[in-house]
Design a protein. Structure first.
Length: 318
């Protein structure tokens, strides 16, 4: 089907506006839920968990559910996996470059990366080219175990800055409005991602792996940068890792429950390789120096660029 240049430009414009809506609404949702928690007198642990563990996964979650319902689950899966690679490489690198070194104890990083074994499960399960509903159920069940254990081990979430009490009703309104805008933006993002994939004759999963994935990483980037600037390096890194686990289990599992996902094993293997490589670099730096320095950020950026180039090349050879 031939699509005119003017229509393609329109598709790109609407897609970019939808991504902007996702980015900004996520930012306000994170900010409002944090202030709401302080105003209601919630514990620092609960606030941190809500902000990073749940609210910051809303963009991927909405995109994943909507894409599955519309029969293009590839977009949702690509967005989740792509955001995980970006979180473990590009986002951590930018946080270090802008916010400063991330200091983390060896014990803490070992504990967190034990859970990242679980985060690699959707990659392993999809290597046969399919994520079934049963495999989706397994991932959702594992996410429930993760949530339970995190609440049992509350020391992984440290103190964040206190804020003065504000009008709870205002925060609730801003949060609900942000979620509404996020949902609508996600709808348009999925719809026009599919149209762009058709227009440029590329698989839908590539739109999610790179373009949508970058937009959905903003909540954890903002929270992580703030945590590093306030001297909570372990909180910043731990929260990003927690976000990766929730995306890989709860979000991917939900997508597969709605619609079994057929994927190309080469693409999944590529994503898995760069995710594991990013994890390896981070753990090596922490175990050797107990810190991720600015001069180390370059390696993480190179890994992400390698991921982007590899996936762009794969679309021409698969």
């Amino acid at each position: 089907m031939f699509i005119g240049k003017k229509m393609v430009i329109e598709y790109i414009g609407i897609f970019l506006l939808a991504c902007l809506g996702i980015v900004k609404s996520s930012q306000y949702a994170v900010r409002s839920i944090a202030r709401m928690g302080h105003a209601l007198g919630m514990s620092e642990f609960v606030i941190s968990f809500l902000v990073v563990g749940i609210v910051s996964t809303f963009p991927e979650y909405f995109i994943g559910i909507l894409s599955a319902l519309e029969g293009v689950a590839d977009i949702g899966l690509g967005t989740v996996l792509g955001s995980n690679v970006a979180d473990l490489t590009l986002i951590i690198a930018i946080i270090v470059l802008v916010g400063g070194n991330i200091k983390v104890s060896t014990k803490a990083i070992r504990y967190n990366f034990f859970y990242l074994i679980l985060a690699a499960l959707p990659i392993i399960l999809a290597l046969d080219g399919m994520l079934s509903r049963m495999e989706g159920f397994i991932l959702v069940f594992i996410s429930a175990i993760f949530f339970y254990h995190i609440f049992q081990e509350g020391y992984h979430f440290h103190k964040v800055n206190h804020q003065t009490k504000n009008n709870v009703v205002v925060h609730v309104f801003i949060f609900l409005l942000s979620i509404g805008i996020l949902f609508i933006s996600a709808q348009y993002a999925v719809e026009y991602a599919e149209k762009l994939a058709i227009a440029f004759l590329i698989p839908e999963i590539f739109i999610g792996l790179i373009l949508l994935a970058l937009g959905t990483t903003l909540p954890e980037f903002i929270f992580g940068l703030r945590a590093v600037q306030e001297g909570h390096g372990e909180l910043a890194l731990g929260d990003i890792l927690g976000n990766v686990i929730i995306d890989s289990t709860l979000v991917v599992g939900t997508i597969a429950l709605i619609q079994p996902i057929k994927v190309n094993p080469w693409i999944i293997a590529s994503v898995g390789f760069f995710m594991v490589l990013g994890m390896f670099v981070i753990t090596t730096l922490i175990e050797k120096n107990q810190v991720i320095r600015k001069q180390n950020a370059g390696w993480l950026i190179v890994i992400y660029l390698g991921y982007v180039v590899t996936n762009l090349l794969l679309q021409y050879y698969i």
